[in-house]
Design a protein around this ligand. Structure first.
Ligand code: KG4
Ligand code: ZN
Length: 334
């Protein structure tokens, strides 16, 4: 079965054709990140405008290796995300569904991130604990079996990706902040491999819950930045400190959940899962638990995991019933 997956929840316009939930036939991603970089963060109206420009060329290119006849259904992200961006993908998918007479599979973007770990491999052993760390969300969930999801914990304020993005802005680094901070941090760590990196606080790590809070970290970083006489010179060190603080709290709290739920596998997902330091630290502490993390190009937003998840959570729906939901949660029904 070939599914065309379409993703337009934020600043990426993406389409991919995936066979049987595993084999990527094509995957095309256009991003408007460069435009937002000038403003230090996403400008929703501009993101929506760019979605309109890119959607048809991106879908067209994703269909160069498959005829429309070979496509069995269309998977579309219905939420969460920016309403203007979501509407572009949803209305395009509905139009194509009507014209081509193919069913639509509505997809929860957050759960779909986790299913990047099913691409090119068999489903992981269950129960699986999954941590989704993206630009807008930080969610820890337990998958008892395929598509059966229970909430475990999450952030009380900012998302992990947002913490990277906002910290980068304070340091004068470009959007998206995660890759920029990671590159600067790498410069410092390669020269100082034994540095202790404990300058910033690790909020909530002593608490017996699976929650995170990143907004306090932002204030601490602001103070740390304001103290510097030569910010440019200190940027690699501060970037390494910021990255370590975010990585540490993610790893420490997840480890507590692993001790409690004793999953057979741990699945990392979302844009922040592309962070090398994060995956290194997880691999050091996971022991017997099978660790999966998608390759970086499948961590950030794309159409392939949207199509992959739709294969495993196959709910053909008429175009008339598809509506975007910007506030959809990871356990919410589409
Ligand atoms: O999943 P994603 O592509 O989009 C959302 O659904 O939000 O995640 C984007 C987030 C941004 O906050 C970006 O800074 C972060 O992922 N990110 C990273 C890295 N690559 C992307 N954060 C840390 N290290 C990275 N290498
Ligand atoms: Zn995402």
């Amino acid at each position: 079965m070939r599914i065309l997956g379409i993703e337009t929840s934020c600043d990426e316009t993406a389409a991919a054709v995936v066979a049987n939930g595993q084999e990527i036939i094509s995957s095309v991603v256009a991003t408007s990140a460069d435009i937002h970089a000038k403003f230090g963060g996403i400008v929703p109206e501009e993101a929506a405008r760019q979605q309109i420009k890119s959607i048809i060329p991106v879908i067209k290119e994703s269909l160069t290796a498959s005829s429309i006849k070979e496509i069995d259904s269309i998977a579309i992200t219905v939420g969460p995300g920016l309403i203007g961006s979501l509407l572009v993908g949803v209305e395009t998918a509905k139009t194509l569904s009507y014209l081509w007479k193919k069913p639509i599979i509505p997809v929860n973007h957050l759960v779909a991130h986790i299913y990047a770990n099913w691409i090119n491999q068999n489903p992981p052993p269950f129960p699986a604990l999954a941590l989704v760390v993206s630009g807008g969300h930080t969610d820890l969930v337990l998958l008892k079996k395929d598509c059966v999801i229970e909430w475990v914990g999450g952030t009380r304020d900012d998302a992990a990706g947002e913490a990277f993005d906002k910290s980068a802005r304070l340091l004068g680094l470009p959007y998206p902040g995660g890759p920029a901070i990671s590159t600067e941090a790498e410069k410092y760590i390669s020269k100082n491999p034994r540095a202790s990196l404990s300058y910033f606080p690790r909020p909530l790590v002593e608490e017996e819950n699976f929650d995170w809070s990143f907004s306090g970290l932002k204030t601490a970083i602001l103070r740390g930045v304001q103290k510097q006489d030569n910010l440019k010179k200190e940027t690699p060190r501060l970037a390494a400190e910021i990255q370590e603080a975010i990585v540490d709290v993610l790893v420490i709290k997840t480890q507590k959940a692993i001790d409690k739920y004793k999953p057979k596998s741990f699945l990392l997902a979302g844009g922040v899962a592309a962070n090398k330091r994060l995956t290194e630290k997880f691999s050091q502490v996971l022991g017997e638990v099978e660790f999966r993390v998608p390759p970086p190009r499948l961590c950030t937003d794309n159409g392939a995991y949207i199509a992959a998840y739709a294969f495993y959570n196959y709910k053909p729906t008429s175009w008339k019933e598809i509506v975007p939901n910007p506030n959809l949660t990871i356990t919410g029904q589409v």
